[in-house]
Design a protein around this ligand. Structure first.
Ligand SMILES: [Zn+2]
Length: 878
């Protein structure tokens, strides 16, 4: 899946009342369905009633009984079984429900022996208004009022809301789907349509070809007033499916899919396995995910698939490309070869998150995806250094625990670790290992070690040790420069390995074997493996300042001697862009915890040259925004803002509002970053410009450059007065497309004015905004007003939670506090968790508390140093 933050739930299954199937995974028990019965083939026939939000279904499941059983246990949630039978044997089998464990038990009344059988179940279920199971998305159709389309979303454990099944990733089977839908609508599933027949009362029954063996969470179905466009790539029909009228906006994603498919066919060494691959756009959004890799039928919310030239910025275009690439990587990593159980989910997500950068970088080198990915690495490290972190490979016992593991650790740290290993092994050797793994595991399942074994076979450079250290231990490793000495034209560095910790326990030292690359400025790098606290010498040619983690390809923090950091600061402009970014990130994090003076961070900020690369400008803008948030309401904020604005104006004076015809793609991202930061800091010039552009926009929306549109709306919305807010509300109500409608409703919640935020939050209970934008509105409000959003969400939880996917509910409220700095919020968070979040699913509560304490600590303990440094600088706060 494509995160926002993708979470998932693996439901605990108690097999029968007494049978408890457990497998030791890293010492932890795992509760799964009994393996006495295996599903082999599902024939599913469903008939949705989109108006009534219900559906009826029937399924025939060919099963193989391995040893005698007198009951059959499988998953079902929110389904009512109308009739259960075993073909040719038992006409009516009693069904027992376990709602908590989301299973049904068919009691056979006698023992049946090993062999093949066919289950027949007739059932009915619900169509939801949020993105789980079979769900409805409503939208304003061009010229014909309100319309409704149906889609499915099953990862991790929601296929059981659609069909009774063995809803575990390793229980692969083939699926043959048929659906009865209104005549004139289009139905889409994983496989092509093989037939359709007209039925009375203006309906039709559509049948799809059987899938290959696959996991239940990858099954997909959609139906609506769609249009489709396709082309053939390497013998595969690549298609885009959109609601009527949107085809032209899908061309960008379709072009991306076409070139990416060919690249992956080559890279993986196994051609894409299905006859067709559709990208399907759904209007709306989810709080927890943006896209899903259903095999042959990738679902993307419109923001991740459609490029509307009137409103799409450079950032939007890049996002669509990356989201498409991510989900397509899953067609191999995840769909063809699937993690055996959810504790190896990172195999899917870490790999796809790495591959999205690799393939995008191949086709769009000017987007500099590897540079951009360093911000993702920083986010992962930020979490990984705090309480609530966990190893990449982490035992998943039950549903609630799994929810919280689908986070920056699985995605961003996973991707950074894959990059570490690829850089160490070399691109070709790494790819050969991936190909071996694909060949050996195709249509089957794997655990993480299967990948390392495939890599190490035939390789001169074993990676298993490095890989185990990085995937089985939580935490951020750190390389520490103990000494650097110039001798005979080379620099001898003494390096040791430690751990970068904010508050994550235990603080006991951990050993990581880390591939370390070191270079002095302008010279070739030296490499070695460093592990443990004892200093290891590394010899680098030349005597200019030395940079650790040269090229920033590895997952660790670098801590320099004060003299080393000062020397790098002095010659910042001579570092490569990636090393500039690495140094900014490391210095920021080390300064926040007091391992480096805050003054050193601000000196580094001051040393960034006006002509810095756009990626550096983007990162620096975020860094200054972050400091501004932390200082919110404190006396130091005035002086800090004056400093930050003067830094940002150095870039703004080069960038301006308007793009130059020949500028590099990422300049648009830098411009957006600088303007966003200046707007947050209430820069009067930016505010005046934004208001003027907004006035133009209101009078003629097409006059504003698409790259500036969202930026302008965001800057104006942030500081809106009641009149402006009402204007924006009117724009949301009369939005010209679903994409704009969702964007504009969210913007209503970015406002600074607490009274207006209250109005935006109240809208979520009014039924006025689209149902699936409710989560986004509350999440957006939380960025500037975490307390208000949290109090609103918890006070209205019974109603609000209906809009939130069940898997995501344990995470939603704690995540609202991610920008909070007030530790008095901890008590209400704990009270809410106590009443609403099972004890085993409180990892996000831990994370939120740790984040609160951390931010409050930086505010209290570290910002006074900022104030002293600024006073010494004589920065004029005016
Ligand atoms: Zn994914």
């Amino acid at each position: 899946m494509m995160a926002h933050i993708r979470i998932a739930a693996a439901r605990v299954l108690l097999a029968g009342s007494l049978l408890l199937a457990t497998h030791a995974v890293a010492g932890a028990p795992r509760t799964v369905l009994p393996d006495t019965v295996e599903p082999e083939r599902y024939r599913i026939d469903i008939a949705p009633d989109a108006t009534a939000l219900t559906f009826s279904g029937s399924v025939e499941i060919d099963i193989r009984v391995r040893e005698s059983v007198d009951r059959i246990v499988l998953n079902a949630a929110d389904l009512t079984i109308d009739r259960a039978a075993i073909a040719g044997m038992l006409e009516s089998v009693p069904v027992r429900y376990d709602e908590r464990l989301q299973r049904i038990t068919l009691s056979l009344g006698r023992s049946i022996g090993p062999g093949p059988y066919t289950l027949r179940l007739n059932y009915h279920g619900r169509i939801y208004r949020r993105a789980s199971g079979l769900f409805a998305l409503d939208y304003q159709a061009v010229g014909s009022g309100s319309a409704r389309a149906l889609f499915t979303q099953f990862e991790n454990a929601d296929a059981r809301r659609f069909v009774p099944c063995w809803d575990e990733p390793a229980r692969k089977a083939t699926f043959e789907l048929a659906a009865t839908i209104p005549a004139g609508q289009m139905a889409v599933s994983n496989m092509p349509i093989v037939g359709s027949e007209a039925l009375p009362d203006r309906r039709q029954r559509v049948r799809f070809a059987p899938t290959p063996r696959m996991s239940s969470y990858l099954l997909f179905f959609a139906a609506g007033d769609f249009e489709r466009r396709s082309r053939t790539v390497d013998g595969v029909e690549v298609g885009a499916v959109v609601k009527r009228g949107d085809l032209a906006q899908a061309d960008f994603a379709l072009d991306a899919a076409a070139e990416v498919l060919h690249y992956f066919n080559e890279y993986f060494g196994i051609p894409y396995a299905l006859p067709k691959l559709d990208l399907i756009a759904g209007p709306g959004s989810s709080g927890s995910f943006g896209a899903m890799e259903n095999w042959g039928a990738i679902f993307l919310f419109e923001a991740d698939m459609l490029v509307d030239p009137r409103i799409a910025s450079e950032r939007d275009r890049q996002q669509v490309y990356v989201a498409t690439a991510h989900e397509m990587a899953h067609q191999w990593f995840g769909d063809l070869v699937t993690m055996r159980w959810w504790d190896d989910l990172w195999l899917n997500e870490g790999f796809a998150s790495w591959m999205e950068n690799k393939v995008t970088d191949h086709f769009h080198p000017d987007w500099h995806m590897w540079l951009q990915s360093l911000d993702d690495r920083q986010r992962a490290m930020d979490l990984d250094a705090r309480r609530g972190t966990h190893p990449i490979v982490t035992p998943v016992i039950d549903a609630q625990e799994a929810d919280a593991d689908f986070d920056e650790i699985a995605y961003e740290k996973g991707a950074a670790v894959v990059r570490t290993l690829e850089s160490y092994l070399g691109e070709d050797a790494f790819r050969d290992g991936v190909r071996r793994y694909m060949r050996e595991r195709a249509y089957g399942s794997a655990v993480t070690d299967d990948l390392w074994r495939a890599m190490d076979r035939g390789s001169q450079r074993p990676i298993a040790q490095i890989a185990h250290d990085l995937t089985r231990q939580a935490g951020v490793p750190m390389i520490i420069e103990r000494a650097a000495e110039c001798r005979g034209g080379e620099t001898v560095l003494q390096l040791s390995q430690g751990r970068f910790v904010v508050d994550a326990g235990p603080t006991a030292a951990q050993i990581w074997h880390l591939p370390v690359s070191v270079a002095t400025l302008g010279n070739v790098p030296a490499t070695g493996v460093v592990a443990g606290a004892a200093a290891v010498p590394l010899h680098a040619a030349g005597c200019t300042p030395a940079i650790l983690n040269f090229g920033q390809t590895a997952y660790f923090r670098s801590r320099y001697q004060p003299a080393g950091l000062a020397a790098l600061t002095d010659r910042f402009g001579e570092l490569s862009t990636s090393d500039q970014l690495g140094l900014l990130h490391d210095t920021q994090s080390l300064a926040y915890v007091g391992q480096v003076p805050m003054g050193a961070l601000l000196s580094l900020v001051s040393a960034v040259p006006a002509d810095a690369a756009p990626e550096v400008v983007t990162t620096l803008s975020r860094l200054l925004q972050h400091l501004d948030q932390l200082s919110d309401g404190l006396p130091v904020q005035v002086r800090l803002r004056a400093f930050s604005r003067s830094v940002l104006h150095r870039f703004f004076s080069r960038l301006g509002w308007d793009s130059a015809a020949d500028e590099a793609s990422n300049v648009a991202l830098a411009r957006a970053g600088v303007i966003e930061a200046l707007a947050q800091m209430q820069d009067p010039d930016i505010a005046a410009d934004a208001r003027q552009r907004f006035a133009q926009y209101v009078s003629d929306p097409d006059r504003l450059d698409a790259n500036l549109r969202h930026l302008t709306l965001d800057a104006v919305a942030a500081h809106a007065d009641p009149v402006t807010w009402r204007q924006m509300h009117e724009l949301a109500r009369s939005a010209r497309s679903e994409l704009e409608r969702h964007e504009l409703y969210s913007l209503l919640a970015t406002v600074d004015d607490p009274a207006l935020v209250r109005k935006a939050l109240a809208l979520t209970l009014s039924g006025e905004p689209p149902a699936t934008s409710v989560q986004n509105i509350v999440q957006t409000a939380a960025r500037r007003h975490p307390r208000q959003a949290f109090e609103f969400a918890t006070a209205n939880w019974p109603q609000l939670k209906e809009s939130i996917e069940p898997d995501f509910r344990v995470r939603f409220a704690p995540m609202l506090l991610h920008t909070a700095t007030d530790p008095t919020l901890i008590r209400p968070l704990e009270a809410f968790a106590h009443a609403n979040i099972p004890a085993s699913a409180r990892r996000d509560v831990d994370k939120a508390e740790s984040s609160l304490r951390y931010r409050s600590h930086v505010r209290r303990e570290r910002l006074p140093e900022v104030e002293r440094w600024l006073l010494a600088l004589g920065a004029d706060p005016s």
